[in-house]
Design a protein around this ligand. Structure first.
Ligand SMILES: *Cc1c(COP(=O)(O)O)cnc(C)c1O
Length: 560
């Protein structure tokens, strides 16, 4: 692959509905967007010729507020892109309901460790020449109904390809990060047919497959975008005959995953187990696996950055070198952790008056608040939990996470957690931090002692917050799903809850057994604890980083 980013060199165009690059730009909702941002940052560090394409999400993702009972209130989070990026003087158009919708671009530059730049194009329809209702298409991330979503996907997929062209960017490979950008393949098809009207469709499709990569991110059918063809017909009429689309994706619904799969030469899931689960869901496709990773410089706390600068000089450019964490002395690892933990505890105490202290075993849990993540799982048997926490030393916990505005059950879970927090106030100090975002995530994953994850198997595709914890030597206590199946070695890199089987009762039982172990090692065998932290760094941080992930995309998916 060509290293130089000169105008005439080919690049990989990475399409994603959300990209989280800077904690001050609310252009992402959660895991998918943060992962996309980490991918782009690693590409920049590695001088890989990539260009990112996404929507501006100009109204941001919501800010979360609570009342005393834990009722979530959503506030808008408008932001000014002009503070972070420059708008370019190029406009393209797409057809929606046979109307012309004009799209402009903002370009954000991600600068890697060597100074190499990867541009990210943010598409924006908020232009005066557009009809009023079209101006907000690129406004709300995951807001609105199916019609709104499909309009967004037209702008991202079709508009994205057109904008790349308009900007004179040569693209060799098109990478669809989830099905939100699958319409991109149709634009490529349309172009080929316009150039070669006599070409057989199968040849057109084969040609497109050589250039397209699809990454699926969810093992839940409901997570895959589908649109009734009646809606697709109406919105896409001026772009393409739906009968032509139907040949690529038969049935009553336009399924963006199936469409993307059928136009891609390489398909992957985001962890080994997730690829297996996806094969079960889509048996007629060859689904590979490239396990997710996180960006080292973004997710490492200051104390650990200093530690790595001292012992693993080149870690930012080449995180394979975390392997050499085996040589870092105990005292230095522990000192860095104590410092990071102090920062978190001070923050939690000043935000919430939580009264937490520096020496107590601290467990963290933060992610989207939704049923399958089972945020209240650790409170399944409160008496047992109290008994563990009642030993010498004690236990404190920090939670955070947003529920999707439409997710009634997710909101109920937050209220339950507020209730539990109150009822346990004399036994276990619990804090719930408002408005989970990249900044809060970084404080939490680096400042707790243990990172807890209790999803319902096999619904966690990968999970990345546990990898962020690992970069800070924080130990994982997790159900064996997603990445942890690959990262877990019992009492070496962390602890597993249950085994590979799906058995809720067994997991509950095992959770408390493991908590007792965690408690015992933390308070009675600190030497072992630090050794485990060091193992987590050398065995897991050296692998579950986004540099390795980008490397695998290059060698397994992009190279011909
Ligand atoms: C890392 C991150 C996530 C994803 O975490 P999971 O462990 O995959 O649930 C979600 N939201 C934010 C703000 C993050 O930083």
């Amino acid at each position: 692959m060509e290293k130089s980013l000169g105008k005439h060199h080919d690049r990989v165009a990475y399409f994603s509905m959300e990209i989280g690059l800077d904690e001050k730009m609310p252009t992402y909702a959660g895991g998918l967007g943060v992962l996309a941002g980490d991918y782009i940052k690693s590409a920049a560090d590695m001088e890989a010729p990539v260009v990112g394409i996404t929507l501006l999400n100009g109204k941001g993702f919501f800010v979360q507020k609570f009342d005393g009972e834990g009722n979530q209130r959503e506030e808008e989070a408008p932001w000014d892109p002009g503070n972070y990026m420059s708008s370019v003087d190029k406009v393209i158009e797409v057809s929606i309901e046979e109307r012309r919708v004009y799209v402009r671009a903002w370009i954000y530059k991600v600068v890697g460790v060597t100074g190499y730049e990867v541009p990210v194009i943010f598409l924006d329809t908020d232009l005066i020449q557009n009809f009023e209702l079209d101006r907000s298409i690129t406004g709300y991330l995951y807001g609105g109904d199916k019609e709104y979503r499909l309009k967004q996907e037209i702008v991202l997929g079709v508009g994205g390809v057109r904008m790349l062209d308009k900007l004179g960017i040569h693209v060799k490979k098109f990478h669809m990060n989830e099905g939100h950008s699958s319409l991109m393949g149709l634009e490529l098809m349309k172009r080929d047919l316009e150039k070669n009207p006599k070409k057989a469709i199968t040849h057109v499709v084969d040609g497109i497959k050589e250039h397209c990569i699809f990454t699926t991110h969810t093992p839940q059918m409901t997570g895959h975008d589908i649109f009734p063809y009646s809606l697709a017909e109406r919105l896409l009429r001026g772009f393409m005959d739906v009968e032509q689309i139907r040949r690529l994706c038969p049935g009553d619904y336009l399924n963006m995953t199936i469409l993307g799969f059928n136009l891609s030469g390489y398909i992957n899931g985001v962890a080994k187990k997730h690829a297996e689960t996806s094969k079960g869901m889509f048996p007629s496709y060859n689904i590979n696996s490239i396990t997710n990773g996180v960006h080292p410089d973004t997710w490492t706390s200051m104390p650990f950055k200093r530690l790595f600068n001292k012992y693993i000089k080149d870690w930012r450019r080449d995180p394979h070198l975390f392997r050499y964490a085996v040589g870092i002395p105990d005292e230095d690892i522990w000192r860095a952790h104590v410092e990071a933990k102090k920062e978190l505890i001070d923050y939690v105490n000043s935000e919430q008056g939580a009264g937490m202290d520096y020496d107590t075993l601290t467990i963290g849990f933060a992610r989207r608040m939704t049923s399958y993540k089972r945020p209240a799982f650790i409170f399944s048997d409160i008496e047992r939990l109290k008994k563990i926490a009642g030993g010498n030393g004690g236990l404190q916990m920090v939670f955070s996470g947003k529920a999707h505005p439409e997710d009634v059950k997710g909101k109920k879970i937050i209220k339950d957690l507020f209730q539990i927090k109150k009822s346990l106030e004399h036994d276990i100090k619990i804090a719930y931090i408002e408005n989970y975002n990249m900044a809060v995530a970084k404080k939490l994953v680096s400042g707790v002692d243990v990172w807890l994850n209790t999803p319902q198997k096999p619904k966690e595709a990968s999970g990345t917050s546990g990898m962020k914890a690992t970069l800070n030597g924080v130990l994982n206590l997790s159900v064996l799903d997603g990445w942890w199946v690959e990262g877990h070695i019992e009492e070496i890199t962390g602890w597993a809850i249950g085994d590979m089987e799906e058995n809720e009762q067994k997991e509950k039982e095992d959770l408390y057994k493991k908590l007792e172990r965690v408690y015992g090692v933390y308070y009675h065998d600190p030497a072992k604890w630090v050794k485990m932290m060091r193992n987590a760094l050398s065995i897991n941080a050296s692998f579950f980083n986004s540099h390795r992930m980008v490397e695998q995309y290059i060698t397994n998916a992009y190279w011909d």
